[in-house]
Design a protein around this ligand. Structure first.
Ligand code: ADP
Ligand code: MG
Length: 229
């Protein structure tokens, strides 16, 4: 396996007025291409902050982020948006679907920002992905007409629309009952095993992290175990 992500002494400080809050205190880790990794730690340990930096939603205060050998620690907002759109899929605890539009439209949306893709191509790919997640007969339903598990399947299809190389899932089963949660976790395992998708599963729950192949433990802004692959 080759290395997809490397972090060297990554730090993140938030400023609340003139008070510094050091949330990430020197994170070094490596994630291999094609792995299914969980980032586990109690609430407040800095998992979402780290995931947001890894997913180019936020920037580190200091330290280095290397993605496939390129230093991506200090990219402009536009460059980060391009990488996000091209390489990264997100799944969140609260699904984050647009309420006033269908499952199909929700899944198509990120592809409409992609160059050289027609609406027809976007629609066909969205239909295929919704079919793959078992929602062939729910494509025209709005989120409120779907169960939590179905909404999370829509979110997974949406995350896959641009053929990402990494999927980040932040507490993806947090709003689901345990049976539905397990179905969603199996879906990540399947995407990882069958498509070789690199998956980073962020969770506070040891039962959830057991679905990963490798667990990176975080505590109070540092990696306490499992950072080196
Ligand atoms: P986790 O996902 O592990 O629960 P977070 O990364 O969300 O942890 O938060 C880690 C710490 O950083 C918490 O103390 C939180 O309050 C703080 N924090 C997160 N985001 C911000 C922000 N934008 N501004 C200030 N503090 C923040
Ligand atoms: Mg979090």
């Amino acid at each position: 396996m080759s290395t997809l992500i490397e972090l060297h002494d990554l730090q993140k400080t938030y400023w609340l007025g003139d008070m510094a809050l050091d949330v990430l205190k020197g994170i070094s880790l490596a994630i291999e291409e094609g792995d299914l990794v969980s980032l586990m730690g109690v609430s407040g340990s800095g998992k979402s902050t780290l995931m947001n930096i890894l997913g180019f939603l936020d920037v580190p205060t200091s330290g280095r982020y290397i993605l496939r050998g390129d230093d991506v620690s200090r990219l402009s907002r536009d460059a980060r948006a391009d990488i996000r759109n091209e390489h990264i899929g997100f799944v969140f605890q609260s699904f984050n679907l647009l309420a006033r539009t269908s499952a199909l439209q929700n899944v198509m949306l990120p592809m409409e920002y992609t160059h050289g893709v027609s609406r027809k191509q976007a629609k066909e790919r969205a239909e295929m992905l919704l079919e793959n997640v078992g929602l062939k007969d729910r494509m025209n339903h709005h989120p409120a007409q779907l169960s939590g598990g179905q909404q999370q399947r829509v979110a997974i299809a949406r995350a896959l629309i641009n053929k990402p190389s990494i999927l980040f899932a932040d507490e993806p089963t947090g709003n689901l009952d345990s049976k539905t949660g397990v179905e969603i976790l199996h879906m990540f395992q399947q995407l990882n095993a069958q498509e070789g998708l690199t998956v980073v599963l962020v969770t506070h729950d040891a039962e959830v992290s057991a679905y990963a192949r490798r667990v990176i433990h975080m505590r109070d802004g540092v990696i306490s175990e499992g950072g080196l692959s």
